[in-house]
Design a protein around this ligand. Structure first.
Ligand SMILES: C[C@H]1O[C@@H](n2cnc3c(N)ncnc32)[C@H](O)[C@@H]1O
Ligand SMILES: [Zn+2]
Length: 434
């Protein structure tokens, strides 16, 4: 039975008897949201709680670098379609009916799912971000939240979208919660005008915050961009000033050698979304071997839960590693250590967070994978974490030094599932009413 006092507080905690980097160690959280010490025996501490890990594996919390958190409301609503048809006939018409309450409960469900499956930070692109910010604030996890601009080439729409972008960033900054960070997001080259892309890049620079965009997800996107602008999508984004170290580009499937060198030169972070790409059959995998060789920072994301259909970064790591091997016909591509790197520290780098590493002086964002049949034997805990673990094997999730889940228990989980399930049915009923 878990002591309910353990949840929701930033107090000193000692975690004993966990496997970290292949050794049984102790981890001390200093009560200010940071890791205070790591070692075989920590004696100098003021712990208010002591957690016995019972041999659990400790890992940095997963960082989901591309998602649309409220889309869990549409999990299983529409599957097995072509990307553009899926967006234009199913997803966008339903999203047009989303209320603030829907977005809030969708984001609450996503935060719950992420805490349950070991994610402590996510990079989100959606609408009505203040509602998502409220859910993130209450849930205790960390997020970078970007309003998604879609202007469809219409100047008046661009103007109104730019005003929403400005107020969203202002409102999120005004929350003064270091766990809730604002970003800027033009949806993609096929949905945002040149003026929209240029404005977003200038605004992100002025505010000094990340810019989150979809890039080269399908072959159609590339051929249409070349037909419209005489340039492939990365060159077109660069022409509009979008590519920089602040830029986080999701998908990056259809890239050629010039595209890769351009992304490397500009310091862009590319996000691999293997499950969504395979489910929507984009027919290309992010060119990880070439991108790694070129020095591109590659991170990992699930995409929304209506094209995945979950937010489990452990299954995403496994899929990334096995897709890369299969697609490039080379089992040495993306070893387990690389999968762990793209799933946490590389995302932390892109967001400018001192996270992704369990060491003193880093943010206390970490998870424990409890002892279970999948981590026996422990020849190689990295290998087990990537190739033999599901997010549901995570037993404890800690973000900012606060325990959000312990022994699989998350206070308030039942109410969130109940409410999110009912708003989802109500949304689809409204959206499909004659
Ligand atoms: C933020 C916006 O992005 C849309 N969206 C969700 N999944 C994808 C995808 N794979 N590619 C492009 N857009 C997507 C959402 O449905 C929302 O409209
Ligand atoms: Zn996406």
């Amino acid at each position: 039975m878990t002591d309910t006092d353990i949840f929701g507080k930033q107090v000193p905690v000692l975690i004993r008897n966990v496997s970290l980097n292949g050794k049984i160690q102790e981890i001390y959280l200093d009560g200010t949201g940071m890791i205070g010490a790591v070692g075989e025996k920590i004696t100098d501490h003021d712990a208010e709680f002591i957690i016995d890990g019972d041999g659990a594996t400790a890992l940095p919390g997963m960082i989901n670098m591309h998602t649309h958190s409220p889309m869990g409301l549409l999990r299983g609503y529409s599957d097995d379609m072509q990307l553009f048809e899926w967006l234009s006939t199913k997803i966008w018409p339903t999203e047009a009916h989303l209320t603030e309450d829907d977005i809030y409960w969708g984001a609450k469900l996503a935060c719950l799912e992420m805490i349950r499956t070991g994610t402590t930070t996510f990079n989100d692109m959606y609408f009505k971000m203040e509602q998502i910010a409220r859910a993130v604030d209450e849930s205790g996890i960390r997020a970078c939240l970007s309003y998604c601009m879609i202007d469809g080439g219409d100047h008046a729409k661009f103007e109104s979208e730019a005003r929403v972008m400005e107020s969203t960033v202002k409102n999120i900054k005004n929350m003064n919660n270091p766990r809730v960070m604002p970003g800027v997001s033009p949806h993609a080259v096929y949905t945002v005008s040149k003026e929209g892309l240029t404005w977003c890049s200038e605004f992100a620079k002025k505010e000094n915050i990340p810019l989150h965009v979809h890039l080269s997800e399908t072959e159609q996107e590339v051929t249409d961009c070349v037909a419209a602008h005489g340039m492939r999508p990365p060159a077109w984004l660069d022409h509009c000033g979008v590519l920089s170290e602040q830029c986080i580009a999701a998908h990056c499937c259809w890239l050629d050698a010039d595209d890769i060198s351009l992304l490397a030169k500009r310091g862009v972070t590319a996000v691999h979304n293997p499950i969504s790409n395979m489910k929507l059959a984009g027919n290309r995998a992010l060119p990880y071997p070439e991108m790694k060789a070129a020095g591109v920072n590659v991170a990992l994301g699930t995409d929304g839960a209506s094209s995945n259909n979950d937010l489990d970064m452990f299954s995403e790591m496994k899929t990334a590693a096995i897709l890369q091997k299969f697609f490039w016909n080379d089992p040495t591509v993306m070893p387990a250590a690389d999968a762990l790197k793209i799933a946490s520290p590389n995302g932390a780098n892109a967001l400018g967070l001192n996270a992704g590493v369990i060491a003193p002086g880093h943010l206390a964002d970490l998870v424990l994978v409890g002892r279970n049949p999948l981590n026996v034997p422990a020849f190689n805990t990295d290998s087990n974490a990537v190739y033999a673990t599901s997010g549901l094997a995570v037993s404890t999730t800690i973000c900012d030094g606060v325990i959000l889940m312990h022994d699989g228990i998350i206070p308030g989980a039942e109410e969130i599932m109940e409410k999110a399930g009912s708003v989802a049915f109500d949304l689809v009923r409204r959206a499909t009413a004659p």
